[in-house]
Every structure is written in structure tokens, then in C-alpha cells.
Design a protein around this ligand. Structure first.
Ligand code: NAI
Ligand SMILES: N[C@@H](CC=O)C(=O)O
Length: 353
């Protein structure tokens, strides 16, 4: 049986949900996917660090109500988060990075990924910072060490837009994309249309695990801007940086704007897009748009995301699915691990060699 030892960096909504899935689904994964996951370390800014080479009980991790520094009570634990030691020294095959997204320079997550890859460990991450700001470097580093850097959850949570474009639509010749790429702002717009005020709607999105640690990133469009950069660079072969993408969020839309749109059979949506122009240059933008109700993106509600991929050979292909959520995003991490597993000879075969 293949068992991947994993180290969780960050133990908030997403990595906690992954631990919860491990607690219940390992036997099923072994049958259906050919592997089980074993958590050998966790490090979290608030809770501290713990390394346990034989593995930590995932149920204990998710059910114990740890307070600040709580990992210090565990065998092999410390009340301080020593990410560097955990990443470099824990006996993990895969480092799972799910700390806060830093839209400015991606740190410290970029360093977390770098340390792991340098140590010959695969990285799976839902953190948009390293992917938007350092993907080229990290992909090259992974290649040089014979490991993988996977990040499906960085855009559209567990909805597999990047693998769809990369694998299933290979050769279709991508020209651009347009979509709803932030679950929180889409949820907030829907709740405001139902009469709720802006800040109560944001609070609901936070309680549901959709929002960033600082929800300004969601409602001001900064989160979508990172996602536009990631998709433009991945799908269109661009080399965009966040400052290349114009960005306006939804915070300036008033209840009156939303009501007026509804009376005129329209709906506001926060749209992220990028396209290659005739000059070959890729241009991206983020802005609220008033869409007629017949528009394919107008009916996308709640934290659901949707993106229409404009291709040369197939025309427009739209993928829709969850854009945020703890379990939905933990699924993205699982799908990355499935990709790692599929791409390599079995760990048992390597150990036998
Ligand atoms: N929640 C969602 O729906 C989605 C989240 N993401 C991304 O996934 C990542 C994790 O998201 P959530 O779990 O929802 O966030 P969260 O805010 O619930 O958890 C983040 C955890 O990371 C810890 N942390 C922060 N900085 C740290 C550091 N330097 N070292 C160690 N631990 C640190 C925090 O203490 C917290 O427990 C974020 O980057 C987010 O942008 C991506 C797609 C969807
Ligand atoms: N805060 C983000 C989470 C996923 O990236 C969102 O609301 O879409």
C-alpha cells in the first residue's frame, strides 16, 4: 500500500478540512485512488508546530479544541510555529501549504514552497501568492529536484479549471477567458440583491469559510487580480504581474445600483478576464459588470464561480463549480496529490528498487 506522509503548513479552514477528510476517507482512497495520507507534521502561526514521524491522529487534530500555542501540549510539539524546521526536517513526502495569501510578495508562503522543493518534497498549495508571484521559479525548482509543484485550488477552489485547460483542452488554442473568480464577492452581491447590507453579507461569507483572512482582498478585487494573473500565465503563456492587471472591486456598488439593475433585468457581477490581442500582448482586468439576465454568467449565484474559456478550435467552453469553501478547497489539495501519485512510479516500487 502506498502511504504519503504529509506536512500541513497552516491549520485553518482548508487544511483542517483536509485532515477531516483523511480521518474518514483513507480506506476509500486506498481502494479507489491507490494511496492513503498520513499527517506527520503540522505548523500553524497560532497553534504552534508538531512533528510526529509515525503520524498524528487526524480525528484528534480536527476535534481537539486547541487554543493559542496548543500544539505545545502534544508529544513532539512546540507552542511556536517553526515552519522552517517542520518543512525541512519532518519526514514528509508532500508539504501542503495553506497559510494566508499575501498578495504583495507572496511571503512567507513562497519561502515555505522553496524550502520544501529544495528538500526534495512535493508541494501542493491553495495559496495564490506563490502561484501568482513565483510560479516560474518554483516550477523550475521542482523540476530540478524531480518533484511536483501543484496548485489547482489557487483558482476556483476544487473546480478543476487549470487541469481542464492544460490536459483536456490541450491543442484547442486558448485565446482568452472571462469569468466570476471570487466566491465571496459573488455571494455578497447575491445577498445584497436579497436585501442584506454589505457588511452583514461579508460577515456571512467569512462564517462560511469563503473569505480571505482580510476580506478586503475579496471585495476590492485583489483576489481576482491574482487569479487573473495565474490563469493568464498558465493558460495564455503570459508573464503578467498583479500590477499589470487593472482592478476595481464591488465595494463601491450601492444597494441602489443593485436594485436598479434588478429592475432593469440586469445583475452586477465581478468579472476577471484576460485576452491576447492582435499584437500578441495579453491584457487582463478585474471590474464589476452589469450583465443582462440572459448572459451565461448572470445566473451564477452564491460562492459558485464560472469561467468561459475562449478557444480557437472549440469556441467558448464554460466550466462552473465551487469557487470557495473549506471542503471544496481541501478537495483541490487531494486532486493535486492524485496528480502527483499518477505521475510517478509507486512509492513501493521506488523503495524496492
Ligand atoms: N477558504 C477558501 O475557500 C479558499 C482558500 N484559498 C486559499 O487557501 C489558503 C488557506 O485558506 P483558509 O484555510 O481558508 O484560510 P484560514 O485563514 O482559515 O487559515 C489560514 C491558517 O494559516 C495560518 N497561518 C497564517 N500564516 C502562517 C504562517 N506564516 N505560518 C504558519 N501558519 C500560518 C493561520 O494561523 C490560519 O490558521 C489561503 O491562502 C486562501 O487564500 C484558496 C481557495 C479557496
Ligand atoms: N476568498 C476566496 C477564496 C478562494 O480563493 C473567494 O472568496 O473566492
Amino acid at each position: 500500500m502506498t502511504v504519503y506522509n504529509i506536512a500541513l503548513i497552516g491549520f485553518g479552514g482548508v487544511n483542517r478540512a483536509l485532515a477531516g477528510l483523511i480521518a474518514t476517507k483513507n480506506p476509500q482512497w486506498e481502494r479507489q485512488l491507490g494511496f492513503q495520507l498520513n499527517i506527520v507534521a503540522v505548523s500553524d502561526l497560532y497553534l504552534g508546530s508538531v512533528i510526529s514521524p509515525n503520524g498524528l491522529d487526524p480525528r484528534m487534530l480536527t476535534e481537539a479544541n486547541f487554543t493559542k500555542g496548543g500544539f505545545g501540549q502534544l508529544s513532539g510539539g512546540s507552542s511556536e510555529a517553526d515552519n522552517e524546521t517542520v518543512i525541512k526536517l519532518a519526514p514528509a513526502d508532500i508539504v501542503v501549504e495553506a497559510t494566508f495569501t499575501n498578495p504583495k510578495d507572496g511571503e512567507p508562503a513562497v519561502s515555505h514552497c522553496r524550502w520544501a522543493l529544495q528538500a526534495g518534497k512535493h508541494v501542493v498549495t491553495t495559496n495564490k501568492g506563490p502561484v501568482a508571484l513565483a510560479a516560474q521559479e518554483l516550477k523550475a525548482l521542482a523540476k530540478s529536484r524531480g518533484v511536483r509543484f501543484e496548485y489547482e485550488g489557487a483558482v476556483m477552489s476544487g473546480t478543476p479549471v487549470m487541469r481542464l485547460a492544460d490536459k483536456t483542452l490541450a491543442g484547442a488554442e486558448m485565446k482568452g477567458f472571462e469569468g466570476i473568480l471570487n466566491g465571496t464577492s459573488n455571494f455578497v452581491l447575491g445577498r445584497m440583491e436579497g436585501g442584506l447590507d454589505f457588511s452583514s453579507a461579508v460577515k456571512e461569507a467569512q462564517a462560511l469559510g469563503y473569505a480571505e483572512a482580510d476580506p478586503t482582498a475579496d471585495v476590492e478585487g485583489h483576489d481576482v487580480r491574482l487569479k487573473v494573473v495565474i490563469l493568464a500565465n498558465e493558460l495564455l503563456g503570459a508573464n503578467l504581474k498583479p500590477e499589470d492587471v487593472t482592478c476595481e472591486g464591488i465595494s463601491r456598488l450601492s444597494p441602489h445600483d443593485i436594485e436598479t439593475a434588478a429592475k432593469e433585468n440586469c445583475r452586477w457581477k465581478l468579472i476577471g478576464s484576460a485576452a491576447r490581442g492582435v499584437d500578441g500582448i495579453v491584457v487582463g482586468s478585474v471590474a464589476p459588470k452589469r450583465l443582462a439576465l440572459e448572459h451565461p454568467l448572470a445566473g451564477v449565484g452564491g460562492a459558485t464561480n464560472a469561467v468561459s474559456l475562449n478557444t480557437e478550435l472549440l469556441g467558448s467552453v464554460t466550466i462552473t463549480g465551487p469557487g470557495a469553501g473549506r471542503v471544496e478547497t481541501a478537495y483541490a489539495l487531494l486532486s493535486d496529490i492524485v496528480a502527483i501519485h499518477s505521475a510517478q512510479p509507486s512509492k513501493d516500487a521506488k523503495e524496492a528498487a
